[in-house]
Design a protein around this ligand. Structure first.
Ligand SMILES: NC(=O)c1ccc[n+]([C@@H]2O[C@H](COP(=O)([O-])OP(=O)(O)OC[C@H]3O[C@@H](n4cnc5c(N)ncnc54)[C@H](O)[C@@H]3O)[C@@H](O)[C@H]2O)c1
Length: 349
């Protein structure tokens, strides 16, 4: 008679439903604020992490990526895709799941959905960057690209940076209507706009979060005045950018991990020696963020593994003592660790 698996066989699994319940239980803006604090703490100890550009498998339609990192105690990775044509087929452009494991045993400690968590961590990282880079007293943000990420971005900038007005634009007016509807009770003033130019009127922060599997020009040089902060989210693959190159030449550029951003970010349009500042250095006090009111700052965001690691660790802590997870029978757990076959054979009887 086989013994029941021990506790170490079971891995907490957070489903999409459980993630929604967890986030709604805590409150979206509180989650965004707490996630930003977790990410900030990990950016301060950037040097203690293993870092590698994410492993990308490209196809004509999109990309599938693996994003690993470790701080020596825990190991984490995320699986994520990016398929801009998916929305036309009723599918998400971006979907993801991820895992945290103990380095000492190699045993997984958490398996989680990360589609919602990616939207939350991306927004938290954007707002964290803007705290250091946006002009003082910024209140208005242009939000260009009103798809899946957009409301999360708007709420993070409200909760973390004190933005009170968002000006929405998308080439698809139904996306803008959806975003405006979802933000109706957010406490933000929401304006819907008919062009990118209109959305940028009076905006101190410009977020671009569009999806296209080609070089796009969401912002041209003449659209961007001095003193603004650009939070460029959507250019995150080789051949997939949002900003005209001339804007990059006028801006002070901040990035997550240069070896990855040089391949995937807006700066793929520049040569490899163009100066960029790593965001973690600004957060750790080793480099200056915004230097003056006239400067154009650009956060060339592509998303880095350490942000996902911080987000998974946040979830692992947040689910403790709650019902927002299921125990998955995920690891083989023979009574004698060498007798894996015996466990299988006994199960047949
Ligand atoms: N930097 C990061 O960490 C990070 C994280 C998540 C997603 N992303 C990227 O952000 C982008 C948006 O993701 P999503 O999940 O919101 O996608 P989505 O497909 O749900 O939304 C994208 C929106 O952009 C709009 N759009 C496309 N071209 C446009 C244009 N020229 N002008 C205005 N709007 C335009 C589309 O109509 C759509 O509504 C994707 O490219 C994704 O890869 C980056």
């Amino acid at each position: 008679m086989p013994l029941l698996p021990s506790d170490s066989a079971f891995v907490p699994f957070v489903s999409v439903q459980q993630m929604m319940d967890l986030v709604n239980h805590i409150g979206v803006e509180k989650v965004l604020t707490e996630l930003a604090a977790e990410i900030e703490a990990d950016f301060r100890r950037w040097e203690s992490f293993d870092k590698v550009p994410r492993l990308a498998s490209h196809s004509e339609m999109g990309v599938i990526e693996l994003m690993p990192t470790s701080d020596g105690e825990m190991y984490g990775f995320k699986y994520v895709n990016g398929h801009p044509k998916n929305t036309a087929e009723g599918l998400q452009t971006v979907s993801a799941f991820g895992l945290l494991a103990d380095v000492d045993t190699g045993y997984p400690r958490l398996l989680s959905e990360m589609t919602l968590l990616t939207a939350l961590r991306t927004a938290a990282t954007s707002a964290l960057a803007a705290q250091h880079l946006a002009p003082a007293g910024a209140r208005t943000m242009a939000m260009i690209g009103n798809g899946a990420q957009s409301e999360f971005q708007c709420l993070a900038f409200k909760a973390i940076c004190g933005i009170d007005t968002v000006r929405l634009y998308d080439i698809n007016p139904r996306a803008t209507e959806k975003c405006a509807r979802n933000l109706r009770r957010s406490g933000l003033n929401v304006a819907t706009c008919r062009s990118g130019e209109e959305s940028m009127e009076g905006a101190e922060i410009i977020t671009t979060c569009t999806a296209d599997k080609q070089y796009a020009t969401i912002l041209t040089d003449n659209m961007v005045g001095s003193g603004v902060h650009i939070n460029a989210i959507g250019g995150d693959c080789p051949g997939k950018t949002e900003l005209h190159r001339d804007i990059l030449l006028r801006a002070e550029i901040f990035v997550e991990y240069p070896p990855q951003t040089r391949i995937e970010g807006e700066i793929q349009q520049l040569d490899d020696t163009h100066p960029v500042t790593e965001l973690w250095r600004v957060i750790a006090g080793q480099a200056q963020g915004r230097k003056n009111a006239k400067q154009i700052t650009l956060f060339d965001s592509v998303g880095f593994a350490i942000e996902d690691f911080a987000a998974l660790r946040y979830v692992l802590t947040a689910i403790r003592g709650t019902g927002f997870y299921t125990k998955l029978d995920m690891l083989a757990d023979p009574d004698d660790p060498r007798d894996l076959f015996g466990m299988l054979a006994r199960a047949a009887t």
